[in-house]
Design a protein around this ligand. Sequence first.
Ligand code: 5GP
Length: 206
Amino acid sequence: MKLDDKGLLIVISGPSGVGKGTVRKALFEREGHDLVYSISMTTRKPRQGETNGKEYYFVTKEEFEKNISEGKMLEYAEFVNNYYGTPLDKINEQLESGKEVVLEIEVQGAMQVKKKVKDAVFIFIAPPSMNALYSRLTNRGTETEKIIKERCEKAKREVGLANMYDYIVVNDEVSNAADKIIAIIRAEHARTKRTIDKYQKMLEVK
Ligand code: 5GP
């Protein structure tokens, strides 16, 4: 029996290089869950293999700023000299129709969502160690030395903000991390604040 018809807004953050993208993909391969991924907008250039409208909507700085001024972003942030943000359109509709909407965003953006959407669920993907994180960032091979250094610095600061989240999921192994997120989704749907209204109505004597 489902007491909570609305989907959850699930915010997943974690430092660059922690493997959020891989965890998210593993999560989306799990069956029996109505998950949708919110495709972000960015001014960063596409990496090799990335396509517009799949990983991101790749736009110019001017286009991004126009979206901000027209109030079309749920949140946005500047990350290592580029804008990244979540387009608002469709999110509410998807939540109302029972879909779990997953945002994979950095910490400043997550804190904006926290202020705006009180019942969103915040999950921090943490590295098993800082060394593991630095070596992933260095070995990714997609960024220049300077950018890698900036991302390592940023990662250190981001790990320090994990206490702002509802859950910390250590990415020791991708399938473990995905299992934990599924468990969180199940538990969140059973929370009293999400179920009590329907439950009380259901028990009303006619
Ligand atoms: P990357 O350049 O590696 O794809 O992403 C850099 C960082 O930006 C990552 O931490 C990623 O989670 C974050 N990011 C991606 N999309 C968004 C977004 O829509 N909003 C915010 N605030 N951060 C985002």
